[in-house]
Design a protein around this ligand. Structure first.
Ligand code: HEC
Length: 192
């Protein structure tokens, strides 16, 4: 081992410093061979097997980002900002809010959803089935504000004062499970 290590290269002596012919360190060599193997694989994948070019990879990445942006935008659009956390159940004990909500309901909603929310032209608001609103704050508020003009429900945002909209949503929420007689058959999906 030792004589292999310190092989002198004839005539390679400079200012008294003798050059030796030692093998390269194993770790260095291993890295070097790995780069060769990697290069063969890389060339094979991208040049021989026609792997995606950088432009194609960029396109794929952009498509993914655009897709995500669309999903986020759609999710954002479906909930009025800051109101996703409103707990409508908390208003049920508030008799003045319930009274305000009931007044608006009887005056503006009952014609289509029935006096007790049992459903008429509009769907039954007392069951666990929902087409749009999932029976919670963001969906109910959005239904009240924007309505479903193409499906026969007008928007109420400009008519019902902002401060009363949550009370009305809470009143509609309170109708859930009341099971009035003559209830319209369930529509939409079961939301439990
Ligand atoms: C002119 C009739 C009409 C009036 C008035 C009306 N609605 Fe509606 N409403 C509808 C119809 C029709 C639908 C169902 C839309 C659909 O099928 O996509 C609906 C749907 C809803 C939904 C969604 C139900 C679900 O399954 O997701 C809610 C909540 C709702 N209305 C609440 C109200 C409230 C509160 C009022 C009073 C401010 C009101 N509506 C006034 C006709 C009406």
């Amino acid at each position: 081992m030792s004589n292999e290590k310190d092989q002198v290269i004839e005539g390679h002596s400079y200012d008294g410093i003798q050059e030796l012919n030692n093998p390269l360190p194993g770790g260095w060599l291993a890295t070097f061979y790995i780069t060769i193997v990697f290069a063969i694989g890389y060339y094979g994948y991208y040049e021989v097997l026609d792997g995606p070019s950088q432009a194609q990879q960029l396109e794929m990445a952009m498509a993914k980002i655009k897709d995500k942006q669309k999903k986020v935008a759609a999710a954002e659009a479906s909930k009025p900002s800051g109101e996703t956390e409103i707990d409508l159940a908390g208003f049920i004990a508030d008799t003045s809010a319930m009274k305000t909500g009931e007044e608006h309901y009887k005056a503006k909603c009952a014609a289509c959803h029935g006096q007790m929310g049992e459903g008429l032209i509009g769907p039954n608001l007392t069951d666990k089935y929902w087409i749009h609103s999932q029976g919670q704050a963001p969906g109910l508020l959005s239904a009240i504000r924007k309505g479903f003009p193409t499906k026969g429900m007008p928007p109420w945002d400009a008519i019902i004062p902002k401060k009363d909209q949550v009370a009305l949503a809470a009143y509609v929420f309170s109708l859930q499970g009341t099971n009035p007689s003559g209830g319209k058959e369930p529509q939409g999906e079961l939301i439990d």
